[in-house]
Design a protein around this ligand. Sequence first.
Ligand code: FES
Length: 170
Amino acid sequence: MSPQEKPKTITKPGIDTSKVEKIIQNYIENNGNALTILQSVQESFGYLPFEVIEHISERIGIPLGKMYGIATFYAQFKFHRRGKYIIQICDGTACHVKGSMLLEEFITKELGIKPTETTSDNLFSLEKVACFGCCAIAPVVFINKDVYGNLTPAKLKKIFKKYRRMEATP
Ligand code: FES
């Protein structure tokens, strides 16, 4: 299909098709490539929705397999919907020894999500990552760009309250 042909409709709820069209137009105008498209999709949606990648692949003629080959090569790309706050819990040895499993259990109990999942209000996502390089303050959790060290479930509870308060404040 040529990029100029009328697009098929994306049926997945919550996908803003005007964002998809912008990405395609940008690709056409700037002579982009598969990597820049994937970056734009992630920037717009926070992850790579399958329907969007499939749609763009058809529109611009880059095979879906190639798009996914590139997407799976780079750790920056995510395949699951992500919340406003990305909780990254360190899975490194020092954090493990200092109780990161307790933190993970607490997060699952408190927010009802396991790694790779997002809360139903789209506020928090949980991810496990390798050592952050700040083992001296293990166990460590990042929430977006904020670093929290020497954590316990009780401290984490207060931190979540802070984020919820921020959301409740107009
Ligand atoms: S093991 Fe967690 S920061 Fe290094």
